[in-house]
Design a protein around this ligand. Structure first.
Ligand SMILES: [Zn+2]
Ligand SMILES: [Zn+2]
Length: 70
């Protein structure tokens, strides 16, 4: 039996995790600040943590588009 109660503190659809494309840090949507590229976010799995977002000056390293927060 799997216990599912008492697990919806935020009312979200559940925790979705991504890994930063640069430092491979685990990022939890809804818990960590995550940025993605509107153009290559889906095709290249381009997700970035806040530290790398700042390091990239808010620009995608692949297509130079502006990154957007998830
Ligand atoms: Zn990172
Ligand atoms: Zn891009």
């Amino acid at each position: 039996m799997v216990k599912l109660l008492g697990n919806n503190a935020c009312g979200h659809l559940g925790w979705v995790t991504r890994y930063c494309s640069i430092c491979s840090r685990k990022l939890v949507i809804g818990s960590n600040a995550i940025y993605t590229c509107p153009k290559c976010g889906h095709t290249l799995n381009a997700y970035f943590c806040l530290a790398d977002y700042n390091r990239l000056h808010g620009r995608c390293p692949y297509c130079k588009s502006e990154l957007v927060p998830i």
